[in-house]
Design a protein around this ligand. Structure first.
Ligand SMILES: Cc1cc2nc3c(=O)[nH]c(=O)nc-3n(C[C@H](O)[C@H](O)[C@H](O)COP(=O)(O)OP(=O)(O)OC[C@H]3O[C@@H](n4cnc5c(N)ncnc54)[C@H](O)[C@@H]3O)c2cc1C
Length: 401
């Protein structure tokens, strides 16, 4: 078992996720009110349903709604349109002990010139992190630097044309350039997980990058989606490969974001869904993966990307159980900007490593991301969403003084 060198690893504090004072310490009354109104609107399922088509229609009609979006939902969930615009968010998070992960969130592009530009932008995020302790990790998506259809073909083991082979070489070069920059500057870079029908290709590329860049420290992290019934086993197999080849496995653990799409495709195409049959199975595998990683902390570095309170508490408890320092460089908790501040700031207050994804990009380009966040925060079975109830609790607390 690894040992702790921290005499008081909990910093003398009792971990509580209910403390809204700590959670919103860095949120002004005006920002809290804005968030309250926003989550109140998002709680109305009907609005969230008609939001995307109405917004897209208004944008296509060139109606001037970008300003409204930027001042409301964009302001809640994004840092800005450029890296420079994220500066105040980075500072604000850092004052609460929470790091930033700059996430260039442009989605659905398909042109080589855009892939080259995105690759350069990701490199700019790594350069921005250089020498700044408030940006401990960086991230990118393979579909930001390569065509989805090409990845799909590779995953299905279909033969590539000569032009496609050249196209794939370029994708590999972009990924390698990003990972090399991360390695040169000593800044970890995570590769997001995506749909299962392109994921094998992503996994192979990520593992190859780890083989090159993770021999001394964890630089490249792949993402494991524990809503897939095969991913706990993949994590263990990859760890075996890493041990045999002498590198550190970098693993971001998430439940997974494409459940409905995955199930729909599996049903339509008549294959067994890769998704677990129940939420409980997903939760169980997620928490088992946490334990596996903490038990192997010397050769495995993790980022727990989750808003699930139980999983955060389990990971916090595991660190104590295995006597691992709260701020061990191989363990990070991570949430998305604008969500679960009760987890992020309370964990940071208890001296755990925490960093939040700070998505940024042109308003129009990040709309799909914003629609997903709205969808996630709608009312569940007539109950207030978690975010809305926390903000309401803090508003009441502030009123009482
Ligand atoms: C920092 C960070 C990084 C992320 N990176 C990625 C990424 O690279 N790729 C990616 O796909 N997602 C990513 N996500 C999103 C993540 O996968 C989840 O969608 C989201 O965080 C919700 O899961 P949760 O762990 O917060 O907990 P919860 O809210 O407790 O769990 C919800 C999740 O459980 C699973 N689930 C729900 N119902 C069922 C069911 N009936 N059967 C089986 N499983 C079910 C689904 O995955 C669902 O999203 C990231 C999230 C964070 C916070």
């Amino acid at each position: 078992m690894p040992t702790s060198n921290n005499a008081d690893p909990r910093g003398g504090k009792q971990l509580s996720f209910e403390n809204t004072e700590v959670a919103f310490r860095h949120t002004s009354n005006a920002a809290l009110n804005r968030a309250w109104w926003l989550f109140k609107m998002i709680n109305i399922n009907f609005l969230v349903k008609i939001g995307p088509p109405v917004t897209n229609w208004a944008l296509n009609m060139h109606l001037p709604i970008q300003g409204v979006i930027k001042a409301t939902i964009f302001k809640q969930f994004c840092g800005g349109e450029t890296i420079a615009e994220c500066d105040s968010t980075i500072k604000n998070l850092s004052q609460g002990g929470v790091g930033t992960i700059l996430d260039y969130s442009v989605e659905g592009e398909d042109e080589e010139a855009v892939f080259d530009e995105t690759c350069q932008e990701i490199i700019r995020t790594i350069n921005r992190a250089n020498g700044d302790k408030s940006i401990p990790l960086t991230v990118f998506k393979i579909t930001g630097v390569g065509r989805f259809g090409l990845l799909e073909k590779l995953d299905a083991k279909q033969e590539l044309t000569e032009a496609e082979q050249a196209e794939w070489k370029k994708v590999e070069q972009r990924v390698s350039m990003i990972c090399k920059k991360a390695s040169d500057l000593g800044i970890p870079v995570m590769i997001d997980a995506e749909e299962s029908w392109i994921q094998n290709t992503i996994d192979e590329l990520a593992l190859a990058m780890m083989g090159v860049f993770n021999t001394k420290r964890a630089i490249v992290y792949n993402t494991y989606q524990l809503y897939r019934h095969d991913k706990l086993a993949s994590l263990q197999e990859d760890h075996d490969i890493a041990a045999a080849e002498g590198f550190i496995l970098g693993a971001k653990l998430v439940r997974g974001a494409y459940m409905e799409k995955e199930r729909k495709r599996a049903t339509e195409m008549g294959y067994k869904s890769p998704i677990q049959t129940t939420k409980q199975n997903t939760d169980d595998d997620y928490n088992r993966a946490l334990e596996y990683c903490v038990a192997n902390i010397d050769t495995l570095a993790i980022v727990a990307g989750t808003h699930n309170e139980d999983s955060c508490r389990i990971l916090a408890d595991l660190l104590d159980q295995y006597e691992v320092d709260h701020n061990h460089p191989h363990i990070y908790f991570s949430q998305l900007l604008g969500m679960s501040d009760n987890l992020s700031f309370n964990l940071a207050d208890s001296k755990y490593n925490v960093a939040k994804y700070v998505p940024y990009g042109p308003v129009k380009a990040v709309l799909p991301y914003l629609f997903r966040r709205a969808q996630e925060n709608t009312a569940i079975a007539g109950q207030m969403s978690r975010e809305l109830s926390l903000i309401t609790k803090e508003k009441v607390r502030r009123k009482r003084g």
